[in-house]
Design a protein around this ligand. Sequence first.
Ligand code: ZN
Length: 275
Amino acid sequence: MTYSTPLPWPPDADAAAARFLTRHYGSARADLDVDFCATPRASVVTGLLALCLQQTDGRNIDAATLWEWGVAARLQGLLAIAHATTGPITTAVATCNHADCGERIELELALENFALTAGESINWRTPLQQQASIRLPTGSDQLAWYAHSRDRRGVDAAWLARRLIMRLDATVPAAGWQLPAAWLAPLGAALDSADPLTALNITAHCPACDAQFEVEVDLEYLLLEDLRRQQRTLLDDIHQIAGSYHWSEADILALPSWRRAGYLSRIHAQSRAHS
Ligand SMILES: [Zn+2]
């Protein structure tokens, strides 16, 4: 049971422009079941998306569908959930890399600025001047790559890249065709520019030494950490309310958050009065 109204993504979209809706994470019993330590990380993302996202007509989106979403679209889903749950800003921490500085810098990132539409494939010119049609990776690709890398005990970027090549000069490559090693770096760069958020680079300015430098930001990780903190806070709140009122976990979760906050402030006032 949830009390919050689902919100559109992008956040300022009207009903016609919204790509999907999301509810606030931390308002349903199942939200406590999310194991943020589960591997691979893509499975945590699929779990969260399946819990919170809805089609614009209010239908839920099942996990099988979400696995087939592109990695970039899945990140859009996570941005939507974090925006609806922990607010419009996430904070990345960077260390100034300028000589002898080492200043700790907090970068405030507005989630709304990351709302974008991702494609499903790109055209790419190979070093042999062939026209290649490349699929952008999906959640399923991440899952398969994780299993493959685990079996080989090492990351095998060529294996993933080969999997994404659909056609070379309009011909499907033969089953045994191997990706030339020299293609990996330029293909990786082409994939990164098609999905600028998954490997995000931000220019930071250091207030201590005035240096400017590039910071690699793992947006997915930051958003998952924000939601993990939300789950921790929720557990703390349930623990405190259950300790005072002896209500069940389900009953406490069914309270709208403003009422939970009301009981918590009374518990805190009481414990202050007794100390
Ligand atoms: Zn500095």
